[in-house]
Design a protein around this ligand. Structure first.
Ligand code: FES
Length: 115
């Protein structure tokens, strides 16, 4: 990946990543081996990619339809919630916490913890 001034960190994985301007948070998670669920394939119809933006909210694209409506269905939605498949990284740094670590279907998305 070429040098970039766009970066981020995923929690609870504590993995930092470089990104290309315009990447979605889902793109960079998958590119960096982060186990971010995306049951609908990034089509804004499932909410399994729900994340909370801890830093750098202003560095992301704004929330638009249909993300705003879909987020209403997300468990534990807060005022800093986004869907990773819809949020584009535009500049600077973001810190993101994954909100779905275990799925209703039994899938386990907890981070790998090195000992
Ligand atoms: S991957 Fe399904 S809403 Fe984002």
């Amino acid at each position: 990946m070429p040098p970039t001034d766009v970066t981020g960190t995923f929690l609870p994985d504590e993995i930092s990543f470089p990104a290309r301007r315009g990447d979605t948070l889902l793109d960079v998670a998958l590119d960096n081996g982060i186990s971010l669920p995306h049951e609908c394939g990034g089509n804004c119809s499932c909410t399994t990619c729900h994340v909370t933006i801890l830093e750098g909210w202003e560095n992301l694209s704004s929330i638009e339809y249909p993300e705003n409506e879909r987020l209403e269905d997300a468990d534990s939605r807060g005022d800093r919630s986004r869907l990773a498949c819809q949020a584009l990284i535009l500049r600077g740094h973001v810190t993101v916490r994954r909100e779905v670590l275990e799925h209703d279907n039994g899938a386990d998305y907890r981070p790998f913890v090195q000992k």
